[in-house]
Design a protein around this ligand. Structure first.
Ligand SMILES: CC(C)(COP(=O)(O)OP(=O)(O)OC[C@H]1O[C@@H](n2cnc3c(N)ncnc32)[C@H](O)[C@@H]1OP(=O)(O)O)[C@@H](O)C(=O)NCCC(=O)NCCS
Length: 178
């Protein structure tokens, strides 16, 4: 019987053969070499979607610390590298992976991501952050982000009351800042 199964694996425990499968799936989906960016996510948790034992869908999350205005930092599951292999798209696999991810990150205070399409994630319950975006530099300064940068959040059971119009900052990181 055809079936879709989801597995969760921490990056430190991923066998080399699966790591290669993830990189090649992401390369095909994004039509570019994703290895350099994937390598920046050293402490990532991967969510792997298998269709008949074939890896066809992927997402990962890393923990970041987001801050709305001057509120306390929120331990945030930041989702990256959402990808479904082209022949397996429009079957709800990425949606299933995203819903599964939300269940898995309930020990965080927030989930967030930088969307390819706001509409896609809105359908799954994500909300667009309307306030200005900043990156906290190593010197603890706030660096404004470009206007075309977009961030969406998902409220988890531990998410505090949020004003989506407030400034939102994340710590600086290597690779893509948001
Ligand atoms: C985006 C992606 C992960 C969706 O995977 P999927 O398994 O097909 O997703 P689902 O089946 O859950 O949802 C499919 C829906 O997403 C919509 N969708 C796909 N790409 C879209 C886009 N660029 N903009 C808006 N909606 C999009 C489809 O129209 C479809 O909706 P419909 O069936 O009602 O028409 C996949 O198309 C992909 O890997 N794309 C390339 C990589 C990428 O852009 N990743 C996202 C980075 S945040």
């Amino acid at each position: 019987m055809e079936q879709f199964n989801i597995k969760v694996l921490h990056s430190k425990l991923i066998p080399e053969i699966i790591r290669k499968d993830i990189v090649s799936l992401c390369n095909r989906a994004y039509e570019k070499d994703m290895q350099p960016i994937l390598e920046t996510f050293v402490d990532a948790t991967h969510v792997l979607g298998y269709y008949n034992d074939l890896l066809v869908c992927h997402a990962l999350w890393v923990t970041r610390y987001l801050q709305a205005g001057t509120n306390p930092m929120m331990r945030t599951a930041y989702v990256e590298a959402v990808a479904t292999d082209a022949p397996y798209r429009r079957r709800g696999f990425a949606s299933a992976i995203m819903k599964y991810t939300i269940r898995e990150v309930q020990d965080h205070e927030l989930a967030a991501l930088s969307p390819f399409s706001v509409e896609y994630y809105e359908r799954l319950g994500w909300e667009r952050w309307s306030g200005p975006l900043f990156i906290r530099t190593k010197e603890d300064k706030l660096m404004p982000c470009l206007d075309d940068e977009e961030v969406m959040i998902y409220r988890l059971s531990q998410t505090p009351i949020l004003d989506l119009n407030a400034p939102l900052s994340a710590e600086w990181r290597e690779g893509e800042l948001w």
